[in-house]
Each structure stands twice: as structure tokens, then as C-alpha cells.
Design a protein around this ligand. Sequence first.
Ligand code: GLA
Length: 736
Amino acid sequence: MGISYNEESRSFKLTAKDTVYMLAVINGEYLGHVYYGKKVPDEQLNYLMRLEESPFTPERNNRDRAVYLDTTPFEYPCFGIGDYRESALKVMDSEGMSACDLRYVSHRIYEGKPALEGLPATFATEKSPAETLEITMEDAHERLTAVLVYTVFEELDVITRSVRFVNGNDKPIKLTRALSACVEFDTDKMDMITLNGSWARERHMERCRLHVGKQLIDSCRGESSHQNNPFVALCEHNADEDRGEVYGFNFVYSGNFVAEAEVTQHAKTRFLMGINPLDFEWLLEPGESFTAPEVVMVYSDSGLGKMSRTFHDLYRENLIRGEYKDRRRPILINNWEATYFGFTSEKLLDIAKEASKLGIEMLVMDDGWFGHRDSDNSSLGDWFVYEKKLEGGLSALVEKVNALGMKFGIWFEPEMVSPDSELYKAHPDWAIQIKGRDLTLCREQYVLDYSRKEVRDYVYDMMRKILDNANIEYIKWDMNRQLTEVGSNALPKERQRELWHRYVLGVYDLMGRLTSDYPHILLENCSGGGARFDAGMLYFSPQIWCSDDTDAIERLKIQHGTSMCYPCSAMGAHVSDCPNHTVGRNTPFKTRGHVAMVGTFGYELDVTHIPQEDRDAIPGQIEEFKKYNPLVRTGDHYRIGNMFEDNTFDAWMFVAKDKSEAMFEFVQVMGRPNQRSRRIRLKGLDPDAYYYEESRPEETFSGAALMNAGINVAWIWNGDGIYGDFSSKILHFVRK
Ligand code: GLA
């Protein structure tokens, strides 16, 4: 059983595979955090809650045993009653007061996992069941209820958290800070790992020691962002890929977030995650409720690698949905880097004709097919065909592409409007704006007010006309700017600060409608590259464009960072032309293929113009992708190299769950002079089984030898005395 309650000690024990999480109702009906970590047999560990009395902390209720609000580890700390650490909850009541004091009222435990209203969330399946604990807390003064929801995935080291608030008062109250989870650690000896970057440099890993005070990453851009991803790992100082305790936290949300660790005066760490309280307010009229999105927590006793594999298993089974969940995705060719805005039906057909001959399965028509869009300065919001470019219309083009045996996909940016568009001319008030203030342009566009149903309906109607008119089997849903002047013409002033969150809820609503009305369409999310690569989006689209940076060497870092918590099979990755359009680098075509094969795989180049030898390589590359894709989609991912620490090489593996085969990929980055080979230890194999490498079936090695002694990987040479820097190879190990 995943969740138990001990009546005597009033403690809860949540058991998730090898993880235990304990909490207890303590003195004063507070909810204390007891333990989170490796499995223990004990029913309760309440002795951990005994605190030593310390000076200068306010005592409440003059208890026999000192329980100081500023020292106790709490499950869901409130602002304003003596806990001076960062709080999870802060309110503003109708009298202008901000204190809050939640106490335990009741609880219930049940099989399964509830959906979160209007929000993406993980779910239980037959293969991966779950059990849920709901603890109802109440502030008696405000009559505000908070239901803390904990779900345990019994087959995985996963616990999820969220909170539901209900205003039981006859007066309104505002939430001004309503985070989703707080976890208290009894140590300050931890590192914080985050995924940060910029456009074309998303999710680079950074690691730093925690220190006294608050350290945080966040977004207040209206999207999860290029700059900081809503993921944090807290780990022991000596934890690495394969060793040490790691706690991973990921927010299932696509808007403003905060993830914060605070090291306190007593050398303890409080970690919090949730919607960014900056500029956030939510008004609860009597009887109204609010749900804070989900935080996924993963515990690993064996390093970052195990943490990532747990996230991957969870997201592949319990988050990603739809017809493509367990299916290989069509190999696509996207015309963005091939033509940018300069294309016609004829050009697209030329690309499709050549592509179909080489085994490519789908043509994706990117930005520029609608309104009168010849550059990024017009037409967003006018989702009707630009006849000058698509002579004869869209359906004629799609039919021709289908006749080549290829599927057809299309690009939309449904959340946006260009000032130069029919939509904006008809409805200037539909853009997010503050009346009387200039609207700030970004990529020559404004953001539509998705908190308004009529706006969403209008855009969706236009999209439907396109989708119902032609055989479209893939959509790239893009989002190319951040929010400014966040105000809505439809919200009353006391609800204006809700727009950040209402916007995200509106996006989820429309994506939900789209995916249920068109279940056969493969949806790929995108946001100026990878600014919305988050678990919220994965709930709607089984793949997300990882980055506009398609350079194979840059991608090593981006994909390594992304794989911390997101499955490789969800990473949009394409082979593009060289010199690379973003970084100007030249890399071998083979390497570009090998790196893209880690993800969804496709091409983004003008296949009619690339060198003949590259074109000739495509059919073989596609065969290789098809061969290894089942391992990428269903196997276990092991990172071996780490370009953030050593730029001489990168390497990784995908191992079948039954350990019958494994794919090892090696990329030589900056070859090291006078070193001809490197010993690399493989990972994840069965130590007792024997394996051979496919190209040399006569030689066998035990899994133990391959993992403990390793293999010699020779540096790659491109002929006489020239290092094959940026070259790559794949070795395929098969169990005998
Ligand atoms: C974004 C995407 C690109 C491309 C362009 C089109 O930048 O990330 O892949 O679709 O928009 O404008």
C-alpha cells in the first residue's frame, strides 16, 4: 500500500517504490514535515519533530515543549504568524490583512489520482497505478480551506503535490502567494542544479552550492521561458550521474513560476515551487476555489541518471497522451531553415518530391502561409491562406503532397496577433494591454488575451476551417514572444493580476479542445525554439521543439540539460544544413543525424540544394533512425559524457528495459592531442549477460566487463593527421 495513516502518532507514510515521505499532525494541529528520502520500514519517525529551544524565535501558545514556528519543518507554511522563512501561502483579506494560519482538519486516502481542474497533470494508469492523500487544512479566522493533495506512484520513485483552496467565508479573500509544494530538508549541505540559458541556448545545466539565504530561479515572462526551466535538483555535494542522493522537482505548468531554496539560520533548507507570486493575485469570492498546479518530486539514491530515468518513465507513461504516445513519429522535413518566408506551393512540392524519394514521411509547412505574411511583420491572427504563395489553395497542395505518399503538417502561432492584420484591425482590444499605454512590440507582434473565451473561440474557428479543409496530420504550435503590459479589457480591476494565470489556463483550454477534436493530429509545441519545454505542454503535445539552435554540437548541451527531466523521445530535433544558420559551424552530416536521432528526428533544410553526398546519406540515416528509435522511445537513457565539464567528447546510451540490447553513441568534440583513444565504461547492462557489438559478432564481453572495465573508443580521424572533431559513431550491443 502506498499511503498509510498511523492513528496513534497521527502520522502519514507515503511509500513510492524505494522512497518514503512522512508528515504528521503535530502540536497545535500544524502539519509538520517529518522525512523524505530512502525507504525505511518504520511506520512513523515523529522523534524527528522534537526541536531544541532556541532564542529569538517567537513562541506560540506557550507550549510545554518548544515548538517554534520559525524552526518547525512545515508541509505548507503560511505567512504572517511567526515563520519568517519563505512561505507557501500569503493572503489579503477583505480588511487588508495578510496573515494566515492553516491547521489540520481532516484527511482522506483513496486509490487513483484526481485530475486538476483546467490544468495539465500526471495521471494513473493500469500499468503505473497511484494512490492519493488529501489533507484538508483550515484557517479558522479567514475560513479559508487548503486541501493539500499528495499522490504516490507506487511503481516509481514519484510523489506529486498540488493544493486546492476554497473560500468558506462570506467575504472575499485574495491569494497573493499560493505555491504548490514546500519540502523541508534537515541540511544545508546540498547543491542546486538548474537548467538555464537563452534563445538558442536553452536548458544548460548549472550547479552551485546552497548558501545561507534565498536562491531562486523563476519566470515572470508569461511562459516557462528560455532563461530558466521549471526544474530543480537538490543533491548531495558529491552526487553525480550514478551516485548520491538527488531530489528532482519539476513544475507541470507553462507560465510564471518560482523555484526557491532557502538556507535558514539553523542550517536547514526549505524548498518551494509554484506559480511566481510576483504580480500574482487571485480573488476568491465566497464559495470559489483555486487550484495550484502540480509539482512532480522524484527521489533518487543513485545520482542524476536514476532521477532522470524516473522522470522519463513517468512522463512517457503518466503524462504524455494521444495516439502518438507510444508510436514512432513520422520523419518530417520542415521548410523553415530551407526557405524562411520565401516559399511557394511549387517550392514546397519540389522539396516534398525529393524528400519522398529519400524516405522522408511528412512535409511541414512552417511560418508564412497565411494572411499576406512575407516577413515577421504581419498577418498573425489571419489564419487564412496566402493565395499568392499557395496558388490553388491549401487542399490542392496537401493532396499533391499526400499523392507523394507523404503526410502534411502546418505551423500556427494561435496566441498572437500582428498589428498589421485583419484580426487586430477588427479587434484591437483583444490584445493584452493596459488602456492608454503604448503596447510594447516584440517580434513585431502582440499577445492575444487568452483569458477571453470569445478570443479563443474566434481563433479556433479560423484554425478549424484550415484543419477541416485539408488532410492535416501535424501541427507546430508556436509562441514567439513574452508578455508585457499585462492587462485585460475584459477583467474587472480586482481581477487584473489574475491575467498571467488566466492566460495560461486559456492556452490549455484551447490545446485541450484541439487535441480532443483532432486526436489523429500530432501536436508539436514550440516557443521561439524551446521557451516552453515544460511538463505542462507535454500533457498536450508528445513532442516539443527543443531549440532553434540545430547545430549538432550546441545540441549536445541543450539535449543533455533537457534530458534531466524530459524524455529524449519528446525532444524535437532536426538535421539542418551547414554552415549552421545559428552558430555558423560546420559539422559532418552523419553527426547531425546521430544527434537528431536522440530526439524525434527530422530534417530542416532544402533537400534540393544540399550537397549530393548528404542527400545520398539520407536513406541510410533514416534506416538507422528507425532501427534505434524503439530504444530511444522505450529504453533507459544513460548519460556518459558531460559537455558542461569536459568538451573533448560526449557519449550516451539507450538500453532496452529487458537489457537485451543497447545503443552507445559517441561524439568527438575537441579531440585531445596525442591521445588516440579513451576508455569508456558502459552503463545499464546486465552484468551477468554476454554481449557482442553488432559489427564484430565474433567477440563477446560480459556486461560486467563492459560496465566495469569499459571499452576503448578510438578517436576518430578524418584522413591523414586530421582529427575528426565533431564526428560521431554508434555502437550497437546485443545480448548473446
Ligand atoms: C520560431 C520557431 C521556429 C520557426 C519560426 C517561424 O522561432 O522556433 O522554428 O517556426 O518561429 O517564425
